[in-house]
Ligand binder design. Structure first.
Ligand code: ADP
Ligand code: MG
Length: 269
């Protein structure tokens, strides 16, 4: 890696609601970013381990996991595994991750565990993007992700209560900014599982855009059966079916993420 490479951009993919497309976005945005030439690490920080399984890393294949990093301070380099996609690595998770909250108890700097673990990665600049797949809750794992991250990327499902949940999430981002990570930004909101035959999808998308303006990505991820099938084959959608609408949408999102990044880096602070 050239010495003048930028440090990685670390994005926490968060929304305290379950089933909104966090893991799907983590896997497919990660794969799409690496397909257009970026080096990407996906950190699975959900005890359900769906990002790990979805990339074909079954529980028996996970020797060391992000649990060891958070609890025993195992160096993250010892946990990282290559996936079948060149340039796309994974730090897997396992069910024991659900014990982190209890095990860390009142340990000082308990919210800084992941940030501290990633400091070497920032310096080595081996990755362009580090994506953290968060659990469906605003718990200690999500706080660790937001404390370690440069920005939060929010997948938002086009459904009735979407905006309500979003306000709560944005309040949490504010709190993290105040107490743990003053530099934390909101990278953007990506609308997921958009169904163009459903007028509610269009209405919610409009409300979210009216509310958040250009913080919402232009790219909308459609509801697409190929995207939902791909994880059971242990593959990102672009490998399972490159030409389906979902794969194409995630490739478009990757280009938009990179374009925004370039704009940000060129803007003087
Ligand atoms: P989360 O990580 O937020 O809990 P997931 O990414 O696991 O959400 O998605 C929840 C469910 O919705 C999964 O079964 C997933 O396959 C499905 N899903 C996600 N995105 C899409 C999509 N664009 N089209 C169809 N199904 C999707
Ligand atoms: Mg998930």
């Amino acid at each position: 890696m050239p010495a003048d490479a930028d440090p990685p951009r670390i994005l926490a993919i968060a929304n305290q609601k379950g089933g909104v497309g966090k893991t799907t976005t983590a896997i497919n945005l990660g794969a799409a970013l690496s397909a257009v030439g970026a080096k990407v690490l996906l950190i699975d920080s959900d005890p359900q381990g769906n990002a790990s399984t979805g990339l074909g890393v079954l529980p028996h294949m996970r020797a060391r996991t992000i649990y060891d990093v958070l609890i025993d301070q195992t160096p993250i380099a010892e946990v990282i595994m290559a996936t079948d996609i060149p340039g796309f690595d994974l730090a897997p998770a396992e069910a024991d991750l659900s014990g982190v909250e209890l095990e860390l108890g009142q340990t000082p700097r308990r919210a800084f565990r992941l940030r501290d673990a990633l400091s070497g990665l920032r310096e080595r600049r081996a990755y362009d993007y580090v994506l953290i797949d968060c659990p469906p809750s605003l718990n200690l794992l999500t706080l660790n992700a937001m404390t370690a991250a440069d920005a939060v990327l929010v997948p938002l499902q086009c459904e009735f209560f979407a905006l309500e949940g979003l306000s709560q999430l944005l309040r949490t981002v504010e709190q993290v900014r105040g107490a743990l990570n003053p530099a934390l930004e909101v990278q953007g909101v990506v609308l997921t599982m958009y169904d163009r035959r459903n007028s509610l999808s269009a209405q919610v998308a409009k409300d979210v855009r009216d509310h958040l303006g250009d913080r919402v990505y232009e790219t909308v991820i459609p509801r697409n059966v190929r995207v939902s099938e791909a994880p059971s084959f242990g593959k990102p959608a672009i490998i399972y079916d490159l030409h389906c609408a979902g794969s194409q949408a995630y490739l478009k999102l990757a280009r938009e993420v990179i374009r925004r990044e370039r704009g940000r880096r060129m803007t003087p602070a």
